[in-house]
Write a protein that binds this ligand. Structure first.
Ligand code: GDP
Ligand code: MN
Length: 382
């Protein structure tokens, strides 16, 4: 679960990380009022679950409260990476002499948190990682001991040449680690970590991703979820009990079981196609799940071909077939569908599908090939 910047910075502040004062606003008038309360120059920032807001015009400086109102007028309602801006953060403007990056993520290979820092902050850290990976400093944390003082210091002294800033940065890194650990986060990020002309450090941007599995024990974080700000397909999937992850291909897939879903995606790629999503309808196959799955897949405009791959065990093929028939009774599918099912109640499923005008296949390899062929070839970028 992603937190908005205004939520993450509140948590950062609770852990003693220096953030400029600010408040969230939903209307231009509110933004003006916040700016007046803060006094002086402010920045007005779009609150959406997307990076690169600065480049997209979602971060504007406002010298006066009237300017803050005007900036909020322009930013509210704006679309950034497909997400509509419904809230802005109005924050006291910081003066910036230098921008660095400081973040913590879980490194799956090392099975441990890694603290990362970079003297070139502000911009996309992924870009730096791709172009000049040696510029990213790392300290792997042994989760039994946490981020040790000498590790934080080593990182901070490599990041900044001078002792006062290095000491301050080491302290911020320790606080950020506590934030990360106690929030059940999979990522925390300060980008940029700013040095003011007076030599003080401030967190100007705040990003937190909470591991969904940690939310059951943290109702106070669960309450911060902004359903309106999330991908509607992922919201519907969560509510229907489906595991769904949107990808950038064009073959929409609906599979039972995560392992088979991964194998199906591999096979799609093997035959030159690109999966539009990962979707696991799980072990049971109530027709409602299939209906929800089809609604989620067809909502994605990049889907050009749909593939069902069902290996019936506990999942009954006839349930899935009934789901497909029910889902398509009212409205026809906008794109071709390829259905492969085998196992429990397979014959019954084939009968149901064929009498509704669908073709059913039993061979996975042939079905995947067909689904890839039915997605028109896209011109390759670059
Ligand atoms: P992002 O583009 O979504 O990562 O949004 P950020 O909060 O990181 O803002 C983008 C850029 O706007 C920063 O790297 C800064 O250069 C600039 N910026 C943001 N807040 C301030 C501020 O308070 N003062 C100044 N001078 N620049 C700011
Ligand atoms: Mn940023």
């Amino acid at each position: 679960m992603n937190l908005h910047e205004y939520q993450a910075r509140e948590i950062f502040a609770r852990y003693g990380i220096p953030v400029p004062p600010g408040e969230v606003a939903t209307t231009p008038a509110e933004a003006e009022a916040v700016a007046r309360r803060l006094g002086g120059r402010v920045v007005v920032k779009a609150q959406v679950h997307a990076g690169g807001r600065g480049k997209a015009g979602g971060v504007k400086r406002a010298p006066t409260p009237a300017d803050a109102r005007a900036a909020a007028e322009r930013i509210l309602g704006m679309t950034i990476k497909g997400l509509t801006v419904r809230r802005v953060l109005v924050s006291r403007a910081a003066e910036i002499a230098h921008e660095a990056y400081l973040g913590i993520v879980i490194d799956r290979r090392q099975q441990a948190p890694v603290v990362m820092a970079c003297a070139q902050g502000g911009i996309d850290i992924e870009e730096v990682a791709a172009r000049a990976p040696e510029r990213i400093l790392r300290e792997t944390v042994d989760p039994r001991y946490g981020l040790l003082p000498h590790q934080a210091s080593r990182l901070a002294y490599r990041l900044y040449g001078d002792a006062p800033r290095a000491r301050a940065a080491a302290e911020i890194a320790q606080k950020l680690y506590r934030t990360f650990l106690e929030s059940g986060a999979s990522l925390v990020e300060i980008n940029p970590l700013v040095t003011t002309p007076q030599g003080e450090l401030q967190a100007i941007d705040a990003k937190m991703v909470i591991d969904d599995n940690e939310l059951v024990r943290r109702p106070e974080l669960q309450a911060l979820r902004d359903v309106e700000g999330e991908d509607p397909g992922e919201v519907e999937a969560r509510e229907a009990g489906l595991s769904y992850i949107r990808l950038d291909g064009d073959v929409g897939c609906c599979v039972n079981g995560a392992g088979l879903a991964m194998a199906t995606m591999d096979l799609i790629q093997y035959y030159g196609g690109r999966p539009a999503n990962f979707l696991d309808i799980g072990g049971s196959s109530r027709p409602e799940k299939v209906i929800a799955a089809l609604s989620i897949i067809t909502r994605d405009p990049s889907v050009k071909s749909i593939l069902f791959n069902i290996f019936g065990g506990i999942t009954r093929c006839d349930d899935v077939a009934n789901g497909i028939v029910a889902a398509t009774r009212e409205s026809k599918l906008p794109v071709p569908i390829t259905i492969r099912l085998t196992g429990t109640n397979e014959d019954e499923a084939v009968r149901i599908l064929e009498s509704a005008g669908f073709a059913a296949m039993t061979d996975m390899d042939a079905a995947v090939r067909k689904a890839v062929e039915l997605a028109p070839a896209q011109p390759q970028a670059g």
